[in-house]
Design a protein around this ligand. Structure first.
Ligand SMILES: C[S@@+](CC[C@H](N)C(=O)[O-])C[C@H]1O[C@@H](n2cnc3c(N)ncnc32)[C@H](O)[C@@H]1O
Length: 309
């Protein structure tokens, strides 16, 4: 018994060390995204941040051009958040597979609408996600939302998580591609294709035009001349958080991206982010001229709806 206990303790220590390294990178990117959504005024993001109670990462004291970076990222994140929710509602998707979304405010919202939501994340995020669900999830969200730990490149892990959903699946994936090595990205798309072939449904993402999309968001707020600066400042900020270079040029050419998808048994159609001008929490922070430009952005085909061939 004593020997068993020692072996278990050792295994736990090893796991804990590996998890700690995993946690660092993950926790930071998860938290920064919540910071932007909270700044946009998304109540669920504010609740996550309040509960995890960590020092705020970026502020005017440690990030040059903080105000403009914050508003640009808050708008970009709210557009993504709201567009995914609108897509799920309009297409009445009952099953949502939220991949690598970190702690997920939209899972709270969609789960509360009685949709099944599985959040696929790394173990540490899942542990915090479960805790947040218990602390402030509605009864329906607690019943419908589940955090499951697997790597995006883990074929069996992704499929066994997807198998918990009955019926067609709407997969949401946003903003993770730039962090992945080529082989991991390719494997992730193979796994997604297998899930879509087996269950039906689609993947929605704007990853294949994220550079242009983000730059257009910055331009809507601060003009075309300033947009590249805001893009580069944001990229530098994320590289700082991530601790390495991010590959933001990857698959940003439409033909190259479509060919890549075809190679992996997938096909995309591009649709507008929103069917009508969206009602955004961040609107109260914008001038009428900015709002007008944001409404024009909302009609652009930044959302790719990807299905299995
Ligand atoms: C930058 S965040 C994702 C951003 C978020 N989807 C958004 O909309 O901004 C990256 C997330 O992906 C997760 N992640 C990174 N690499 C992963 C992998 N190989 N497998 C599973 N999750 C991963 C991290 O835990 C982190 O929460």
């Amino acid at each position: 018994m004593k020997k068993f206990f020692t072996v278990m303790m050792f295994a736990l220590m090893l796991t804990t060390t590996a998890r700690a390294a995993e946690f660092e990178m993950v926790e930071y990117s998860a938290q920064v995204k919540l910071q932007w959504l909270a700044a946009a005024g998304i109540p669920e993001a504010q609740k996550f941040l309040k509960l995890i109670d960590r020092p705020v990462f970026f502020n005017a004291g440690n990030l040059n051009d903080f105000e403009r970076i914050e508003l640009t990222n808050a708008l970009y994140q709210e557009l993504n958040y709201a567009a995914a929710i609108e897509f799920v509602r309009q297409n009445d998707r009952r099953n949502v597979f939220d991949l690598a979304c970190s702690l997920s405010p939209r899972a709270m919202v969609l789960g509360d609408e009685d949709r099944k939501v599985i959040v696929g994340e790394l173990q540490t995020v899942c542990l915090i996600g479960d805790w947040c669900l218990e602390e402030f999830g509605s009864k329906r969200a607690i019943k419908n939302v589940e955090y499951l730990a697997f790597w995006l490149q883990d074929k069996e892990g992704m499929m066994s998580a997807a198998d918990k959903l009955k019926g067609e699946i709407c997969i949401i994936e946003q903003g993770v591609m730039i962090y992945l090595a080529d082989d991991v990205r390719a494997q992730m798309y193979e796994n997604i294709r297998d899930v879509l072939k087996k269950h039906g449904g689609c993947l929605i993402t704007s990853d294949f035009c994220q550079k242009k999309y983000f730059t257009d968001v910055a331009a809507a707020l601060y003009g075309d001349a300033q947009a590249p600066t805001l893009y580069n400042e944001t990229k530098a900020m994320y590289e700082n958080v991530f601790g390495d270079k991010i590959s933001d040029e990857t698959l940003q050419d439409e033909k190259e991206a479509m060919d890549f998808l075809k190679t992996h048994g997938l096909v995309a159609r591009k649709v507008p982010l929103f069917s009508a001008s969206p009602i955004l929490n961040i609107s109260r922070k914008l001038t009428p001229a900015q709002l007008q430009k944001v409404n024009a952005l909302a009609a652009k085909n930044y959302l790719w709806v990807i299905t299995a061939l």
